[in-house]
Design a protein around this ligand. Structure first.
Ligand code: SER
Length: 597
């Protein structure tokens, strides 16, 4: 049978849904817009959250797209047949338009008529029901009428999709394809036989909004959100053993094999290494080539990127591939994907330069670092690498802790992670700059005005916690000389009265002119004292805790006003949605009204 290629599946999918009234929308960036709670876009629905919550989409109520996604939660599983850190998700949405029956029928028709998958090769799961939402006998009956026989009911753990801790969600029905292996049990189904049934498509019936206190409230509109993994689907339809046999990877794998002088598939270790390189360099290329392109660094997305590149360098070395060739592989990906993702071509020189720079930096120290680690391991009697050494490998040789753990695990050792954290904290304390530097990330400068706005941010969080919910926490902060911007978890807009109450409470604190007290203590003491710990223990074991009367207590690097009275008057100028379950407040202060200097 003719093999299905990736471009054919993309085109067939979009065309099918276009013919059924859907508008094609472009893929969004891999870096979520205004959403400090997640590092990457992990599903097609992600950029659509405001529309799932009820905002009107300019393209209407039926949408379809191919969305680039990154998920790094399963990074350890990369190298197996189906897990990728980057993948493309084919999706279609109904924003308050059609619901279960039409959605299931569309999926069925696409799979059986367009892709011509025999009906008996398909199986589905539906939601079994619980106190939040009834058993989905309706979805099951639609599947049954269409001729699907293998239907099983599963619990929330399997058949419920959450966008995040809060936000739009609902039960789903998942579609599986028969891999062709013999059944492992009687009545083999997706619930009891994962080797035989591989999931390719998930249709979510989004009718709830999950609130910060864990409740499921009905949404304004009933939506459908579906997602089909491009790589997996091509793999399954063509009867391949792994996604690396698809045209998305096959030439890359061939190139890596050629560079290593070893045929692909010869042994388990080199097969895994080749797959990891192919996967990680693709993800790194898309991250650096993204419209909001990022570069390797030690924080957030940049750190994930750094880990992906450094891990590729290590695995390249393992199979005798010169890690300079990673750039050649990245270039192959740019050429392969640029037709669909033109940003890769636009950012080509940046991608290749950044990759070359990171490769060079790390490959210089990798060899010595591995020698050092191997030497040290020979002294380790109890099977545990001490934290100090693990930190030295990071500090001197640039080994991300995850990499040290991985190498140790391969050699049958563990790493004392707690000891590593202690060593890291000591290092930060010594270099002092730690806390202040980090804090400046959210602060444009350290002028008096931004310092006072920072103090106002503390009073604002304290007031939100006191008046709205103690479960509110900071999800992002940005301060300029003009205003503060503060993101926090809350699942609905604030009412006018609530905004007024919050404002009044902050102004009450300002009028009382309470002293801003700074104390140094351990993270544990800070927690016991009830301090808000937005930054966790990243700063080191001794932290500064700022207290403003009964209004607020937080671990923070400062700087702050000396008395709250210096702030003058506080005013909320805007309260809006930032992303799923995250609200954003912009506020200003008028220091000309200050009662104390
Ligand atoms: N959001 C769902 C998923 O990622 C369907 O697209 O599986």
């Amino acid at each position: 049978m003719k093999k299905l290629l990736s471009y054919e599946l993309r085109e067939k999918y979009l065309k099918f849904f276009e013919q059924n009234g859907h508008k094609i929308i472009p893929s969004a960036s891999l870096i979520p817009e205004n959403d400090p709670s997640v590092l990457f876009t992990t599903a097609g629905m992600h950029p659509l959250v405001p529309y799932l919550l009820g905002q009107k989409h300019p393209y209407g109520q039926r949408l379809t797209d191919v969305q680039k996604c990154v998920r790094t939660g399963d990074i350890d599983e990369v190298g197996d047949a189906t897990h990728c850190t980057f993948f493309e998700m084919l999706g279609n949405w109904s924003l308050g338009d059609y619901f279960k029956k039409e959605s299931i029928t569309f999926s069925f028709k696409f799979l059986t008529e367009v892709l011509e998958i025999p009906v008996d090769k398909l199986a589905v799961t539906v939601f079994a029901g619980d106190e939040d939402c009834p058993r989905d006998t309706f979805a099951a009956s639609v599947w049954e009428e269409l001729g699907i026989k293998n239907i099983c009911y599963l619990s929330k753990e399997h058949n419920w999709w959450y966008a995040g801790a809060t936000g739009p969600c609902g039960s789903d029905t998942e579609i599986f394809v028969d891999t062709g292996v013999a059944p492992s049990c009687e009545n083999s189904n997706p619930g009891n036989d994962p080797d035989k049934w591989v999931e390719i498509w998930n249709n979510v019936f989004m009718e709830f909004n999950r609130t910060a206190d864990g409740k499921f409230e009905p949404l304004k509109q009933k939506n459908v959100d579906t997602g089909m993994g491009l790589e997996r689907t091509i793999c399954m339809i063509n009867g391949y053993k792994s996604v690396y046999e698809t045209d998305l990877f096959s030439d890359i794998i061939e190139k890596i094999a050629q560079l290593s002088g070893k045929p692909y598939g010869e042994d388990e270790q080199s097969t895994r290494a080749m797959r990891i390189i192919a996967d990680h360099i693709r993800t790194a290329t898309f991250l650096m080539g993204d419209e909001k392109g990022i570069v390797p660094s030690n924080v957030d997305q940049g750190y994930v990127l750094r880990r992906l590149i450094r891990r590729s360098v290590r695995f390249a070395r393992q199979i005798n591939v010169d890690s300079k060739e990673l750039v050649t592989i990245s270039k192959m990906y740019i050429d392969k994907y640029k037709k669909y993702y033109p940003e890769l071509e636009q950012n080509e020189s940046k991608v290749l330069e950044e990759l070359a720079k990171e490769e060079e930096k790390f490959s210089k120290t990798l060899e010595n670092g591995i020698k050092e680690l191997e030497k040290v391991l020979t002294y380790m009697k109890n099977g545990v690498l001490n934290g100090k050494t693990a930190f030295r490998l990071y500090d001197t040789f640039g080994f991300p802790i995850e990499m040290t753990q991985e190498i140790c695990k391969e050699k049958g050792y563990e790493v004392d992670l707690e000891g590593y954290k202690v060593a890291e904290a000591e290092h930060i304390k010594k270099s002092q700059a730690g806390a202040e530097q980090k804090f400046k990330g959210g602060l444009a400068d350290s002028s008096e005005q931004t310092t006072y706005l920072h103090t106002a941010t503390h009073l604002l969080l304290g007031s939100l916690q006191k008046l709205l919910s103690k479960d509110i926490h900071q999800k992002g902060s940005n301060i300029t000389a003009e205003r503060l911007r503060f993101d926090f978890n809350f699942d609905r807009p604030l009412t006018e009265e609530e905004k007024k109450m919050i404002e009044d409470n902050v102004n009450k604190a300002i009028k009382e002119d309470v002293k801003v007290v700074c104390e140094e203590m351990t993270v544990e003491q800070a927690r016991e004292a009830g301090a808000e710990g937005v930054f966790g223990s990243k700063y080191g074991d001794i932290v500064k805790v700022y207290t403003m009367g009964d209004y607020d207590k937080e671990i923070c690097g400062g700087p702050h006003a000396e008395h709250t009275g210096q702030l003058g008057e506080f005013k909320i100028i805007k309260e809006q949605s930032s992303s799923a379950g995250i609200r954003r407040i912009k506020a200003v202060i008028d220091t000309s009204k200050a009662i104390s200097k």
